[in-house]
Design a protein around this ligand. Structure first.
Ligand SMILES: C[S@@+](CC[C@H](N)C(=O)[O-])C[C@H]1O[C@@H](n2cnc3c(N)ncnc32)[C@H](O)[C@@H]1O
Length: 313
């Protein structure tokens, strides 16, 4: 792992109240039973604070990882993240448009959209992630604005409208209330504005992903009030010990998420489900020549990712 000194001086905003009704759902975990007792009666602020510490501690590992490829962003000014390379076909032309990236993490996807011609703003709960994203933008010379903000606080922190709101790939599983999330998305768009998201499929999140080579439903598919708790001492990109391993996640069904967007004033233009995944979401998946992971057989059994394109009405 590359030791990355991060920028100082940014402040995490911690409003007293959550803008949306707290609590709800499930998510991936093999340690749920032992950790569930921690989740029974704690307020959401505990969940957010725990997740913030968790993502702060993942950040330096990710920043130095091959998977996030920070050095490639600096050495090759045309380089795009794999995520945006996949999504640019789905979202379409972003030249000259303003784009808000919710839960931007270390900014590799945000900067990729900027390289495709958008004027970008990235927001994230994790101060360390925003420090890293800001540093990457400076070091690679691609202009981007990054702001520390918890998801539900973002409308109050970023008082602007955008042409495009973008999020995805491991984002909404950290968000408790999908209706409140959809209201946040909608608040940033004028009528005619675009929302695009690609995510891990909630049916995949509902499966036992560590213990079993069979497809076995173990976790909730629908949003639940209490989160799943998990301890992850290693992370999906890079090598290093995650110093704050405890984290909380929630699942959200496809119908719940689409309905939340519709209720928040968006028209659904396109929904896709994919039999491929950008990461090894289940132990039996195999990585193919294009770098994507798929089930070795019977691919028609299970969607692994999904995406939605929508327009503010
Ligand atoms: C897996 S990253 C997703 C971003 C992008 N797909 C990537 O891989 O770089 C998840 C991000 O969500 C952020 N996050 C988690 N909970 C959040 C919350 N309540 N509000 C804002 N950001 C949050 C984390 O800090 C983390 O940077």
């Amino acid at each position: 792992m590359v030791d990355v000194p991060l920028l100082e001086g940014l402040r995490v905003l911690r409003p007293e109240e959550h803008a949306a009704d707290p609590g709800h759902t499930s998510h991936i975990s093999s340690m749920t039973r032992t950790l569930r007792r921690h989740t029974q009666s704690m307020p959401l602020d505990h969940y957010r604070e725990t997740n913030r510490a968790h993502w702060d501690s993942r950040t330096p590992i990710h920043y130095g990882s091959d998977e996030y490829g920070v050095s490639r962003f600096i050495s090759d000014l045309q380089h795009l993240s794999g995520v945006v390379t996949y999504d640019k076909v789905k979202l379409g032309d972003v030249i000259g448009k303003t784009l808000l990236h919710l839960q931007c993490h270390i900014g590799t996807d945000t900067i990729s959209w900027a390289r495709l011609g958008a004027t970008v703003t990235g927001t994230d709960l994790s101060e360390k992630s925003i420090e890293a994203a800001t540093r990457l933008s400076e070091d690679c010379g691609t202009p981007a604005r990054f702001i520390v903000s918890e998801l539900y606080d973002t409308p109050a922190v970023v008082g602007e409208k955008f042409d495009i709101v973008y999020t995805g790939v491991g984002a909404i599983c950290w968000i408790p209330d999908i209706q409140g999330w959809a209201e946040v998305v909608s608040s940033f768009l004028e009528p005619g504005g675009t929302f695009y998201m690609r995510e891990g499929h909630p049916m995949m999140w509902a499966l036992d992903w560590l213990d079993n080579d069979e497809l076995r439903v173990k976790f909730a598919y629908f949003e639940t009030k209490e989160p799943e708790a998990e301890e992850e001492h290693e992370t999906y990109a890079g090598v290093g010990v995650v110093e704050s391993p405890l984290n909380y996640g929630w699942n959200h069904g496809i119908g719940e998420t689409l309905d939340a967007l519709i209720r928040a004033g968006l028209r659904i233009d396109r929904v896709e489900e994919y039999d491929e995944c950008e990461w090894q979401g289940l132990p039996m998946m195999i990585q193919e020549e294009d770098g994507l992971w798929r089930l070795p057989e019977g691919r028609e059994r299970l969607p692994l990712m999904w995406s939605v394109l929508a327009t503010k009405v």
